[in-house]
Each structure stands twice: as C-alpha cells, then as structure tokens.
Design a binder for this molecule. Structure first.
Ligand code: GTP
Ligand code: MG
Length: 205
C-alpha cells in the first residue's frame, strides 16, 4: 500500500472526543519507549508526524492520524512507565482502558514488544485484557536492528512457549520491525490494507 497522505487530526484524553467518522482505525500500544511513535513515522514515511523521544513517557494522549483519507493510525501513551506519579498512572490507565473498551472503529490493535526482552508479565497481561474484551490484535516485535536474527527468533519462541503454556489457544499474528532500518513496513502495511478491504466490503463486525 502506498501512503499518499498522512495528517495529524486531534489529540485528547477522552474517547468521546475522538473523531466520529466511521473509518477503520489501528492503535499502537506497548510499554513506554518500545517505539510506537517511531513506528508510526516509519510506516507513513513522515519523520515528524508522531513525536518521539529517547525519554520514556513522551506520548501522553490519544493521537489520531488520518492516512490516505480513509483510515486512522492512533498513537497512544505507553504503559509501565515507572516515573509517572500513581495518580497520573491511574488517569492514563482509565482513559486508555475506556478507549479500548468503547472505540467501535478499532479494527486492530498492534501490541509492540521490545524484541530484545524475554516475555514480560505486563505485556502478556495487556494482551489478556484485549482478548477478554474481544479486541483483535497483532504483536509487533520492535527494534530488531539491536539484535542478531537468531536472538530475535529465540525471544519470539520464548513468547510463543510461555503464552501457549498459559491459557492461550493460539499465538497471535505477529510482525517484526525496525524503524531505524525501515524493516517490517511492507508486511504491516499489507496487513492493514487487507483489513481495510474487509472493513469496506462490510465483512467486519
Ligand atoms: P512513549 O511515547 O514514551 O511511550 O514511547 P514510544 O513507544 O512512542 O517510543 P518512541 O517511538 O518515542 O521511541 C523511543 C526511543 O527508541 C527513541 O529514542 C527512538 O529513537 C528509539 N527507537 C524507536 N524505534 C527504534 C528502532 O526500531 N530501532 C532503534 N535502534 N531505536 C528505536
Ligand atoms: Mg510515543
């Protein structure tokens, strides 16, 4: 899929204030600093569309970006950021939770996982929350430029094993990405293109 246009629409912390057009929407979530905003920039080929930072906690709101005039990419705050106060964390959590529970346009969520780490409880817990609420999602293993392919494959296998040993019937669809090396772009955009087609043919929901 070619990205012909990508524009920032609105930032807010209330689901009720999110755009009301009924077009398919894809959210990016994961731990702070995992590379959500960088991946949005890499996918759209716009370096400064989403704000990135080496300091965790950069994205603090729900950010809608309209792509090719017919779908949204949504950049969200990260979870698991130790330095924010307890009350800020609670506020974050409650509006993120509401977003996922209420946003009907959300056709797929990408859960970003740092490919350098073995399975983390916070990520598996979040995916369980999505599954319990019947929210479709895929995993994206990020920052693959930082590790040798063999080590990445080993970490993904560890994830598979630990999730299948738990109460997961299947391992979710997953992608690997490097925003620095621009890897994963074609596969992720192709997937989005397919889901968009399903949406516009009325095959979803
Ligand atoms: P929050 O908004 O704070 O939750 O973070 P985020 O998940 O949006 O991460 P962001 O995209 O801001 O990137 C965090 C840091 O990781 C930045 O310093 C990026 O340059 C770096 N980074 C992101 N993606 C990659 C990648 O694929 N490879 C490498 N080497 N660094 C990356
Ligand atoms: Mg961010």
């Amino acid at each position: 899929m070619q990205i012909k246009s990508a524009e920032f629409v609105i930032s807010n912390s209330e689901v009720s204030k999110c755009p009301s057009e009924n077009i398919p929407e894809y959210a990016f979530i994961g731990r702070s600093n995992v590379g959500k905003s960088s991946l949005i920039n890499m996918l759209t080929g716009r370096n400064k569309l989403a704000k990135t930072s080496s300091t965790p906690g950069k994205t603090q709101l729900i950010n809608h970006f309209k792509i090719n005039n017919n779908w949204f990419l949504v950049d969200l705050p990260g979870y698991g950021y130790a330095k924010v106060s307890k009350s800020t964390k609670k506020e974050f959590q409650s509006f993120i939770t509401s977003y996922f529970k209420q946003r009907k346009e959300l056709v797929c969520t990408f859960v970003l996982i740092d490919s350098r780490h073995s399975p983390q409880k916070i990520d598996v817990d979040f995916m369980e929350f999505l599954a319990e609420n019947e929210i479709p999602f895929c995993m994206i293993f990020t920052k693959t430029d930082k590790l040798k392919p063999k080590a990445i494959a080993q970490n993904i296998t560890k994830y598979k094993e630990s999730m299948l040993k738990g109460n997961w019937a299947a391992f979710p669809t997953y992608f690997t990405s490097s925003s620095t090396h621009k890897n994963g772009k074609e596969e992720i955009l192709h997937f989005i293109d397919q889901v968009n087609k399903e949406f516009y043919q009325g095959n979803l929901n």
